[in-house]
Ligand binder design. Structure first.
Ligand SMILES: Cc1cc2nc3c(=O)[nH]c(=O)nc-3n(C[C@H](O)[C@H](O)[C@H](O)COP(=O)(O)OP(=O)(O)OC[C@H]3O[C@@H](n4cnc5c(N)ncnc54)[C@H](O)[C@@H]3O)c2cc1C
Length: 476
């Protein structure tokens, strides 16, 4: 039998968690292997995980393409730009998306090479015997890797709807929803969370009649209520039909249409007929084929690998990060944990503050927030003051013709420390970085209010919301 390939660190998974951990550990002088099983359409390696292949990157490519189309169709004329004929070439749009994905895959392979990370393409599996949590076999080959430190970054998979198979032709997960070859006339989406809203928006902009069916009675319950209300108003005004508090009874794959039978929020029986159905009801941690429990890793009742605040598992020298552990299922959260674990392994002091992880939904208007919502503070009895500022009163937003939405800043009533910032509006995904920085440095709302912001910029709305905490916004 071939001798083990010895490393200081073996990383299982090359999504944003895994590849970032591998690169950071290698930068710190450790000998690192990273094993990932994702295949491109030619069977070759496609590192980058869900994020790069069927998540963040391709969804943002399609959101950008479809937003361009929508702007050309509805908004360019406001600027005096006349377009005589407009059409969407879906094949070309999907090919562009595939190129963007491939560039990212290749970028990661390049970074591995540059940092001397040894990459193995295949499924990694712990040697099943309890004493061997530090030996990982690469399936389909004779390769055996061993290391005193192992980082599990195996990510997540789409949660299926019980009893409904995803064929990725008519009933689609996010994977199939990113590759529909022609604009469907009627698109049903089960789940009005981040993925459902983003992908529903893509196909609505291209011409589909989109209906989202959401089980929860509230729209985006994790967001600040005021922000969620504004987002609901804007998204439904654009034509997304969003039904809340529904209960799916049956899905019938008829020859001519998919029929979704459900009870609406009044418990009345309803039917939705559609040509394609996206199922976006959340994601499940992925530990399949890993032999995780056989080597002593503990899974919680929802299947996440149990870790402490530093991402240590129950097995010494084995760490777990990203979507496969507790906390928000976000690429940048996985990356933060990756850096913290690599640095801790190298003897430094890694730390992740989950309180300052920002959330973003890339619809138009975008929705982004960090920290606590007003309803959370109310529920916990925390004294706070809030300031808001609408983009309608922001000069740059007016110049852009993009004035829907607002910024809200929530600060501690006792010491003015910023507790949360919530944005619905143009470029919210970029604006939120200032708020994250402010919270990371424990800034007060007055700190944000006293910093000079360039004019005219959207970020002035953040400053005005911070000024609003003391009731002294200048431009409203
Ligand atoms: C449609 C969609 C859009 C999204 N958009 C965003 C966004 O805009 N911003 C954001 O922050 N997040 C977004 N997310 C979430 C984001 O994709 C995840 O949070 C992120 O990918 C998690 O990273 P990870 O490294 O933990 O796991 P993953 O990205 O899932 O990577 C895990 C990797 O490990 C591999 N693997 C699993 N088991 C093994 C094994 N045994 N051996 C070898 N390899 C294995 C997998 O094949 C995969 O390549 C989106 C998700 C979806 C579905």
């Amino acid at each position: 039998m071939a001798a083990d390939n010895q490393f200081d660190v073996v990383v299982i998974g090359a999504g944003p968690g895994g590849y970032t951990a591998a690169i950071r550990a290698a930068q710190l002088g450790l000998r690192v292997a990273c094993v990932d099983d994702w295949r491109n359409d030619k069977g070759g390696p496609a590192p980058g995980g869900t994020c790069t292949n069927i998540g963040c990157i391709p969804s943002k490519a399609l959101l950008h393409s479809s937003e361009n189309f929508e702007n050309a169709k509805r908004h360019f004329s406001d600027h005096g730009i006349r377009i005589e004929s407009l059409a969407i070439d879906v094949e070309k749009m999907l090919a562009r998306k595939a190129t963007v994905v491939r560039q990212n895959n290749e970028g990661i392979l390049y970074l591995f090479k540059k940092n001397k990370v040894t990459f193995f393409h295949g499924q990694g599996r712990f040697e099943a015997r309890a004493a061997e949590a530090h030996r990982i076999g690469v399936m389909g080959s004779e390769t055996m890797l061993s290391a005193p430190q192992v980082i599990v970054a195996t990510g997540s998979i789409a949660r299926p709807l019980p009893g409904l198979a995803l064929d990725e032709k008519r009933v689609l997960s996010n994977d199939g929803a990113l590759a529909i070859p022609q604009v469907p006339r009627r698109l049903g989406v089960i789940g009005a969370g981040v993925v459902g809203l983003e992908l529903g928006s893509v196909w609505r902009r291209l011409g589909s009649e989109v209906t989202l069916l959401e089980m929860l009675p509230a729209f985006l319950p994790a967001a600040d209520e005021q922000i969620a209300r504004e987002a609901f108003k804007q998204l439904t005004r654009q034509g997304l039909k969003i039904q809340l508090g529904i209960n799916i009874e049956a899905v019938d794959l008829g020859k001519d249409a998919i029929k979704v039978s459900y009870l609406d929020s009044n418990k009345s029986a309803q039917t939705l007929e559609c040509d394609k159905l996206i199922v976006s009801i959340g994601r499940l941690p992925n530990t399949e084929g890993l032999n995780a429990q056989a080597v002593g890793l503990k899974l919680d009742e929802r299947g996440f690998i149990e870790v402490d605040a530093q991402c240590r598992t129950a097995v010494p020298g084995v760490w777990a990060i990203g979507d496969v552990v507790r906390g928000p299922m976000l690429a940048h959260k996985a990356e933060e944990e990756a850096v913290a674990v690599a640095e801790t392994i190298a003897g430094q002091h890694g730390h992740v503050d989950l309180e300052t992880v920002p959330w973003v939904i890339y619809t138009a208007p975008e929705i982004a927030w960090v920290g606590r919502t007003e309803q959370q503070l109310k529920a916990s009895g925390h004294p706070y003051r809030a300031g808001t500022f609408p983009f309608a009163a922001n000069g740059r937003a007016r110049a852009m013709g993009d004035t829907a939405g607002l910024v809200k800043c929530v600060a501690d009533a006792r010491n003015d420390r910023v507790l949360g910032v919530h944005v619905v509006g143009p470029m919210a995904s970029e604006l939120i970085a200032e708020a994250v920085m402010a919270m990371a440095f424990q800034a007060s709302s007055e700190d944000i209010a006293r910093i000079c912001h360039a004019h005219p910029t959207l970020s002035e709305a953040t400053r005005e919301a911070a000024l609003g905490v003391e009731g002294r916004a200048l431009n409203i």
